[in-house]
Write a protein that binds this ligand. Structure first.
Ligand SMILES: Nc1ncnc2c1ncn2[C@@H]1O[C@H](COP(=O)(O)OP(=O)(O)OP(=O)(O)O)[C@@H](O)[C@H]1O
Ligand SMILES: [Mg+2]
Length: 228
């Protein structure tokens, strides 16, 4: 099996007025070609885990490796580069920069890698067309519906052809019909050279994954694994 992401005894605690141990020595291997859902009650640590996987936050202890290379959480410029090249991230809301149009939101993500505006705009237009939003490219986020916003956010997450897609409740703020449309867009991104990991409170979407992970007492319990 082709493992791309390995979690080795990942723990995460937050210290405010008292210490909360959110993730407790999680070890797991995510393999290419599969879709993983993360479920669990509010506060169980789904976003915390996704933030560590996206290298936005660092674990209190433990290691992560991508393709066998351990991530050094002290080296933020390397990690920024890994994130830009390999990881596409979609959140529940506040996904887009409010002062930039849909097209700008998408092409800026490409520009950060290739430094060629013409090519970045071309790539953004291609992808926005695939999302069925070509006539919305000059809209600001406040001028888009919830479903359109999420499709733009997915387009932005995809523009650098990431091997890893992380989505934190990508359909959480949408009505049922729009949620299904957006989920289908995400579902179609599955391919043999990619890992998709998403947190959701929606049981129907959670069950569409190849492997469902449930957060239980700071650890993950695997249910419903269909991984070969
Ligand atoms: N920066 C922080 N400082 C202190 N505590 C935090 C911080 N971030 C998260 N927590 C706490 O960690 C726990 C896990 O939070 P997390 O956001 O990962 O939950 P979640 O499973 O994503 O919940 P939801 O379903 O509501 O999104 C919560 O109890 C939360 O209050
Ligand atoms: Mg969350």
């Amino acid at each position: 099996m082709n493992n791309l992401i390995t979690l080795n005894k990942i723990s995460k605690s937050f210290i405010t007025s008292k210490k909360i141990n959110v993730l407790k020595k999680i070890s797991f291997k995510f393999s290419l070609g599969n879709m993983y859902s993360i479920v669990g009650p509010s506060g169980s640590g789904k976003s915390t885990l996704l933030n560590i996987l996206s290298l936005i936050d660092k674990p209190s202890s433990g290691f992560i490796s991508f393709n066998g290379n351990n991530v050094n959480f002290l080296n933020s410029s390397t990690n920024d580069r890994i994130r830009a090249e390999k990881i596409g991230i979609v959140y529940q809301q506040n996904n887009l920069l409010p002062d930039f149009t849909a097209l700008e939101n998408i092409y800026l993500a490409k520009l950060s890698l290739i430094n060629n505006k013409k090519k970045a705009v071309e790539a953004a237009k291609n992808i926005i067309k695939k999302m069925g939003l070509i006539d919305r490219i000059n809209h600001y986020p406040s001028e888009l519906s919830g479903g359109e916003t999420q499709r733009v956010a997915i387009a932005r997450a995809l523009i650098n052809k990431p091997q890893i897609i992380l989505a934190d409740e990508p359909t959480g703020s949408l009505d049922q019909t729009t949620a299904k449309e957006v989920f289908n867009v995400l579902y179609k991104l599955k391919n043999s050279n990619r890992i998709i990991i998403y947190a959701t409170h929606n049981r129907y979407f959670a069950n569409k994954a190849d492997c469902k992970l449930e957060m239980v007492d700071g650890n993950i319990k695997t249910i419903n694994a269909r991984i070969k």
